[in-house]
Write a protein that binds this ligand. Structure first.
Ligand code: TRP
Ligand code: ZN
Length: 471
């Protein structure tokens, strides 16, 4: 019942260098921080575990990404138009961008000066921006995207070239490998994509196609739009040869499944199960938050899946029901409700893993109780008890405990407050924070409010303390 992705992530962790000090060396290369009072936007959004991720001083509302990619040359050309609002007076601000060459930047239609340092692109508009003012920054760029490799236990992620295109899965901070971004989940935005690829290939992005693909001069442009707020790590432009199946779920949600020809045999199962799971989760978690559902199986041997908004992606394997249940549960927990800080990752992974247990129970296979009992039976010396999942560690973000002990926390809570309150809690949580941001203290507060119980000790034992919690 374990997701394939965990085995891979844990495998990667085992061979990662143990004493690499990626964060402090990255910090050392950046310019000295300057005071926001001087009108300089911060080079990080304020997540102390990932000090250079995201940026401060503005809030992005929309990305318009016009991108061309040729798998034969691995060359990408991009024009990003980004709409933002200044949250402070800005004489200069940063975007995150990794590799790639920037040729031109403009702000409010006027050429801006820019500089690169590590993965930071700093932009100085011709005129300072006033606090509260909206502005559009456009960045013209090109080059060969390089995915992020072997960093801590995270494996390879970002824009990953494949034999016939690219597999684009960016959690936690790989969006910057293919577009300039405020690359941290604390800043959500709408996305429009115009993706141009050689004729015969399909480019898949989040949301829905806004028009029929247009072919001219041997190249086809796909226009996709994600109309609901989305974090940057969920954005995708996976492309290549794909077979498609399109329709609606039984409850009427548009459903699109895509499979690389090598995985042709999985297309119908992917389509049907994704539809069935999406519809079932609406009965458990509340209305589906987005305008379409589905999934993509590509031939890149990632061995993992990512919950890309509206289109989870499975890399190089036939997804089973459990992993489809997991990735589609993320559409509520992780995608509609997003974390503000990576330390709260259990709010994504613990919930999606518990959803696998709920799916198993729903299908009359092992109950959530049986699955809980199996994990709980692990020896007191087991690693899962040494890693408190309520505080994900930046060097070991996707530790198994964040998934498994996170899910156990939810099951223990269900037992403690009863099924009726627990399932009301799940729906209320999803509804109260739809399209927004969440933190662990907010979840605890809601659980206490709905149950009328004081739960500090309970959550300390399950989420924050080392050691095996007593039942
Ligand atoms: N969030 C993914 C899941 O549990 C796992 C994951 C983490 C991942 N980082 C990734 C997948 C990078 C692909 C790429 O479903
Ligand atoms: Zn997950």
């Amino acid at each position: 019942m374990r997701s394939a992705l965990l085995a891979i992530l844990l495998g990667v962790a085992a061979c990662a260098p143990s004493n690499g000090d990626a964060f402090s060396s990255a910090t050392a290369q950046t310019p000295t921080p300057v005071q926001s009072g001087e009108g300089w936007g911060a080079h990080g959004i304020g997540d102390t575990d990932f000090p250079l991720d995201g940026n401060g001083g503005y809030d992005i509302s929309r990305y318009h990404l016009k991108i061309g990619y040729d798998p034969a040359t691995k060359h990408l050309t991009g024009l990003a138009s980004i709409e933002a609002a200044a949250t402070q007076p800005l004489r200069r601000f940063n975007l995150d961008l990794s590799g790639l060459q920037v040729s031109e930047v403009s702000v409010a239609g006027r050429p801006a000066t820019f500089a690169r340092s590590g993965d930071e692109l700093s932009v100085t508009p011709a005129e300072p921006l006033a606090k509260g003012g909206s502005f559009t920054v456009t960045v013209a760029y090109a080059g060969t995207p390089q995915p992020v490799k072997d960093s801590s236990n995270l494996g390879t992620y970002g824009f990953i070239p494949t034999a016939d295109g690219a597999f684009v899965t960016c959690e936690p901070n790989g969006a910057k490998t293919w577009f300039p971004a405020n690359d941290h989940p604390a800043d959500k935005a709408r996305f429009d994509f115009e993706l141009t690829v050689p004729q015969g290939l399909t480019a898949l992005a989040n949301g829905e196609l806004t028009k029929k693909p247009v072919t001219s001069g041997g190249r086809t442009t796909f226009s996709w739009s994600e109309r609901h707020p989305m974090v940057t790590y969920l954005a995708t432009m996976t492309l290549g040869k794909f077979e498609l199946r399109e329709g609606r779920t039984t409850k009427g949600v548009p459903n699109l499944a895509a499979a690389d020809p090598k995985y042709r045999a999985t297309l119908n199962g992917l389509y049907t199960t994704s539809g069935e799971v999406t519809d079932y989760w609406t009965t458990v978690f509340g209305p589906y938050p987005f305008s379409s559902t589905g999934g993509v199986v590509d031939d890149f041997p990632a061995g993992y899946a990512l919950e890309n908004q509206t289109k989870p992606m499975y890399g190089g394997f036939q997804p089973d029901e459990a992993i489809i249940a997991h990735e589609l549960a993320h559409q509520w927990f992780g995608n509609s409700l997003s974390i503000k800080r990576w330390k709260d990752l259990w709010l994504n992974e613990g919930f999606a893993t518990y959803a696998e247990w709920l799916w198993s129970e729903h299908k009359g296979r092992a109950s959530a109780q049986t699955l809980f009992d199996n994990y709980y039976a692990r020896q007191p010396s087991d690693a899962v008890w040494a890693y408190p999942p309520g505080r994900a560690q930046p060097r070991d973000l996707f530790n198994e405990s964040v998934y498994t002990r996170g899910a156990m926390t939810l099951h223990a809570l269900r037992k403690h407050i009863g099924d009726a309150t627990f399932f009301t809690l799940l729906k209320t949580w999803a509804n109260d924070h739809k399209y927004g941001h969440v933190t662990t203290p907010e979840f605890i507060a809601l659980a206490e409010k709905l149950s009328g119980k004081e739960l500090d000790q309970f959550f300390d034992a399950w989420l924050f303390d080392k050691g095996k919690p007593a039942l």
